[in-house]
Design a protein around this ligand. Structure first.
Ligand code: TMP
Length: 216
């Protein structure tokens, strides 16, 4: 979205981020219910994916052996999928006035491809500019969880989307740190929530943050 499009936008864009098994899907369902109770029209979506073309790219990214792509190719694929997701799903919904809640967005690329693989942040920022422009989430909730606990939770429910999970533990430690660094650098946009608390406690913390920061 360009600056002009951003000003025309009527809805709000909220992203949920975190490592493997942080409980994002459960929390997105809670947040949707909360926002709908407040009278908002809500669209939930996800990355990679969230539009037919982007879901095709998702398959390339989350299935198969870990060595299928290097970090730069992955970043390109994630940004290609993201652009399609924005163009086909997110931007039209925001224009209609929907509140869009996305399971992952660009911070995942900064944490996984940047933190995890060590791809240069300046390169990722350049790709962000090309694919996304100056559009940003209104609020980003980062669900933080020790790597071990997250991988155990994720393993319990995966089908064939095991590509990232199969990466070594220190990769996931760097991802976790990547998210925490983003939150520290952008405190106005980001909020870190301890995902080891129970589902209800995490849901209330998110609802409270959304109420306070976005005046829902
Ligand atoms: P999911 O398991 O939350 O559906 O996400 C699929 C995987 O894709 C997950 O392991 C994180 C990874 N991912 C990236 O590496 N970079 C990205 O930009 C995104 C959106 C996801």
């Amino acid at each position: 979205m360009t600056g002009a499009q951003e000003r025309a936008k009527k809805g709000r864009f909220i992203t949920l981020e975190g490592g493997e098994g942080a409980g994002k899907s459960t929390q997105i369902a809670h947040l949707k219910a909360f926002l709908e109770k407040r009278g908002r029209s809500v669209l939930t979506t996800r990355e990679p994916g969230g539009a037919p073309g982007a879901e095709m790219v998702r398959k390339l990214l989350v299935e198969g052996p870990a060595e299928r792509w290097d970090g730069v190719t992955e970043a390109l694929l994630h940004f290609a999928a993201r652009r399609e997701h924005l163009r086909s799903t997110v931007w039209p919904a925001l224009k209609r006035g929907d509140w869009v809640v996305s399971d992952r967005f660009a911070d995942s690329t900064m944490a996984y491809q940047g933190g995890g693989y060590g791809i240069d942040r300046a390169l990722l920022d350049k790709l962000y500019g090309i694919a996304v422009g100056d559009f940003r989430p209104d609020l980003t909730v980062i669900l933080d969880l020790p790597v071990e606990a997250g991988l155990a939770r994720a393993a319990a429910r995966r089908g064939n989307e095991t590509r990232y999970e199969s990466l070594p533990r220190d990769f996931h430690e760097r991802v976790r740190k990547g998210f925490l660094d983003i939150a520290a650098a952008e405190p106005d946009r980001c909020l870190v929530i301890d995902a080891t608390a129970g589902v209800e406690a995490v849901a209330s913390a998110i609802a409270e943050a959304v109420t306070r920061r976005l005046k829902v």
